[in-house]
Design a protein around this ligand. Structure first.
Ligand SMILES: Nc1ncnc2c1ncn2[C@@H]1O[C@H](COP(=O)(O)OP(=O)(O)OP(=O)(O)O)[C@@H](O)[C@H]1O
Ligand SMILES: [Mg+2]
Length: 348
């Protein structure tokens, strides 16, 4: 090979489909989640016989394919029939009954939502939905502040499957017993992938994204081991994209270990979800306090905190911990938010 044969020209790219490395991309196949997808399909199947389906609560650590597996099932269902309406809401952003219903109205193409109250919206949504049957997915359901919406869905929708996703099993355990018995949902755990599964998933993603044979085997292994260590496939997807960008910047036709190592450096300084070790002493002390006193309000915790920070700083640190999913800031009690410790996440 000549000295310059392996140079990428400026009209060429290593990527054939960069979107395949978007976090919300849904690939044609979701390897290593076949059993879970069958389980989900089974709770939906009665809807095909015009009966009601079962409800299902899905839980598992972040970045292990819960959302992508569900979205894939919905896609297949949409391709199969028009008799079953599918609704998907991410409750991280839509965390009240009102916001959830507005979102659903949008998905149902109902536009006259202006000036309508929550109960009016609920009535409209039920009328549309009850003409057919429905699969409703409430992703990140642990973020929902007023859970009456779950009660309403189970009462007002006739032929339905309510699928709820959260990180922590405790969410369903601690649910108001009135709602819990109404929902009567099955529970499905998504367990973490092992190293080989992580490698295989990332190999597939790289296959969709890059020109064939441009990613060295060692790069895939390095990326997979990082993702496996973090227990989060997102880490691997992030590293694939960054490694690709770095290789392209260097006009290389191959993505090498050297490029990948640069990407890892970048990730360590910028990856958005921090781990406990990445926080300072003050935050870790606060986290310990919350661990011991989960369920108290911000004000109550501040009263117990022996450190010497101002209330504002304390509040800001809680928001930072919340953003990184270490804790959840929930409903208000006596004008202060209730703080819950996210066991799995803080310790994974
Ligand atoms: N089996 C798989 N096949 C292909 N891609 C996968 C698979 N599992 C996970 N991914 C990808 O990894 C990333 C994280 O997965 P996903 O968003 O489904 O995680 P999650 O379990 O819903 O996490 P969170 O609890 O943080 O919402 C996504 O980009 C997803 O496409
Ligand atoms: Mg998700």
């Amino acid at each position: 090979m000549g000295l310059f044969d392996d140079i990428l020209h400026n009209d060429e790219s290593l990527f054939i489909n960069e979107q395949a490395l978007d976090y919300d991309y849904v690939p044609k196949k979701i390897p290593h989640r076949e059993n879970q997808q069958h389980y989900i399909a089974d709770v939906i199947k009665p809807l095909f016989q015009k009966k009601s389906g079962r409800n299902l609560f899905i839980f598992g650590a972040p970045g292990i394919g819960k959302t992508v597996a569900i979205k894939h099932v919905l896609r297949e269902l949409e391709e199969k029939t028009e008799e079953i309406i599918t609704v998907y809401v991410n409750c991280w952003k839509k965390d009240t009954s009102y916001k959830i219903l507005i979102d659903i109205c949008g998905q149902l193409n109902y536009k006259w939502v202006h000036n309508k109250r929550t109960d009016e919206l609920m009535k409209i949504v039920s009328e549309i939905i009850n003409k057919k049957s429905v699969v409703v997915v409430l992703d990140e359901v642990d973020r929902v502040k007023d859970l009456d919406i779950l009660y309403n869905f189970s009462e007002d929708f006739y032929k339905k499957c309510i699928l709820m996703i959260a990180n922590d099993h405790d969410w369903i355990v601690n649910l108001d017993s009135r709602i819990k018995s109404r929902l009567n949902s099955d529970v499905l755990e998504f367990k973490a992938y092992n190293y080989d599964e992580t490698l295989d998933i990332l190999k597939h993603r790289a296959g969709y994204a890059f020109v064939p044979d441009s990613v060295e085997r060692e790069v895939l292994e390095l990326v997979a081991s990082k993702a496996f260590d973090n227990g989060d496939v997102r880490t691997g997807i992030f590293l694939l994209r960054e490694s690709g960008n770095i290789a392209e910047m260097k006009a290389s036709r191959k993505i090498s270990v050297e490029h990948c190592e640069k990407a890892i450096e970048k990730m360590d300084s910028s990856f958005k979800i921090k781990k406990v070790e990445d926080f300072g002493d003050e935050e870790r002390k606060i986290l310990d306090l919350i661990k011991e006193n989960s369920g108290l309000t911000i004000k109550e915790l501040f009263g117990l905190y022996p450190g010497s920070v101002s209330y504002r700083t304390f509040h800001r640190k809680l928001e930072e911990l919340d953003k990184n999913k270490m804790i959840s800031l929930g409903e208000m009690r006596e004008k202060s938010k209730i703080v819950n410790y996210n066991k799995k996440l803080s310790e994974f």
